[in-house]
Design a protein around this ligand. Structure first.
Ligand code: ATP
Length: 293
């Protein structure tokens, strides 16, 4: 399920005003000012540079009262590490990842980034360091450049092209008469699902956050597009702490660590070989789900 739906939708309303220029951008700031989803603590500090050390310490959470989804979860992710969350549908993989950008507040326990409790930092500064790539990419009508820049008014054309190149989007852009100034959406060029995903990856290369959350697509793309996206994502995650809600065997196999989430919480962890050899939940899941590949 797509936990990021609500927050992103909120951002949409805001970002859509961006093509109207600075006035629109100011309105964006106003909305942010007047409608904080979660208020900053009174003495909240700005999270400046981030190494990307992430810890969940005895975290419990539920969306509704009396229905715990996460019960006393503890985990620790090292700077630059790629961890893949796997497990049955509904186990809470997305929920775990959505607590990190504080889309929801933990009920008990705490989450830290570089040792700092995320409730003690300014929300905006926390989210500045976290990039999210999900399957439903939000694009607004405007140019490719504006969509890659995503509100970053300082981005230069050179930076946009560089991000596009790293996201395997350059070839497409070179076929368009107006390149990055091509308008997309209802009034312009329509992008395929795979192209939209690469555009969202380009956004992340430009944003350059030390922490990444990848909500891996479950929908099938053609093999070539799939390979391009995998390659771009692999490059994107280099040197960043990466949490992947994983569905693809190659992603899972390449992860530094696999976290198996089930109703009991983090049931197993280790890399692919270790977990297969352990003969537990993962090895059974692996046999059933991936025996064909
Ligand atoms: P999937 O692999 O299917 O995406 P998941 O492991 O990511 O599953 P979550 O999406 O985190 O699981 O969902 C965990 C539980 O929380 C499920 O029972 C789900 O129904 C519930 N849930 C998810 N989002 C909400 C929400 N916004 N409000 C209430 N319950 C929710």
């Amino acid at each position: 399920s797509n936990i990021f739906f609500r927050p992103i939708e909120k951002i949409n309303a805001v970002i859509e005003s961006y093509p109207k220029g600075i006035a629109g951008f100011k309105r964006y700031l106003e909305i942010i000012d007047t409608e904080p989803e979660i208020a900053d603590a009174k003495n909240a500090v700005e999270l400046k540079s981030v190494r990307g050390d992430i810890r969940f310490e005895n975290v419990s959470f539920g969306y509704e009262e009396n229905r715990r989804i996460l019960n006393n979860i503890s985990l620790s992710i090292n700077p630059g590490e790629t961890v893949a969350f796997v497990g049955p549908s509904g186990a809470g993989k997305t929920t775990i990842c959505s607590l990190l950008p504080r889309f929801y507040e933990v009920e008990e326990g705490r989450i830290t980034v570089d040792g700092v409790d995320i409730r003690e930092v300014q929300l905006e500064s926390l989210r500045r360091h976290i990039g999210i790539v999900q399957q439903d990419v939000f694009l607004f009508s405007g140019t490719i450049k504006e969509n890659i820049a995503y509100g970053d008014l300082t981005a230069t054309d050179e930076q946009i092209w560089d991000a596009a190149r790293r996201a395997s989007l350059e070839e497409l852009l070179l076929t368009l008469p107006e390149g990055i100034d091509t308008i997309i959406g209802e009034r312009g060029v329509k992008l395929s699902g795979g192209q939209k995903q690469r555009l969202s990856i380009a956004r992340m290369f430009l944003k350059n956050p030390p922490i990444l959350i990848l909500d891996e697509a479950t929908s099938a793309l053609d093999t070539e597009t799939e390979a391009l996206i995998q390659k771009s994502l692999a490059e994107l995650s280099v040197g960043r702490t990466t949490l992947v809600i994983a569905h693809r065997l190659t992603t899972i196999k390449n992860a530094d660590r696999i976290l198996v989430v089930n109703a009991d919480g983090i049931a197993e962890q280790g890399n692919h070989e270790e977990l297969v050899a352990a003969g537990g939940i993962y090895s059974r899941l692996h046999q059933v789900q991936y025996s064909h590949s």
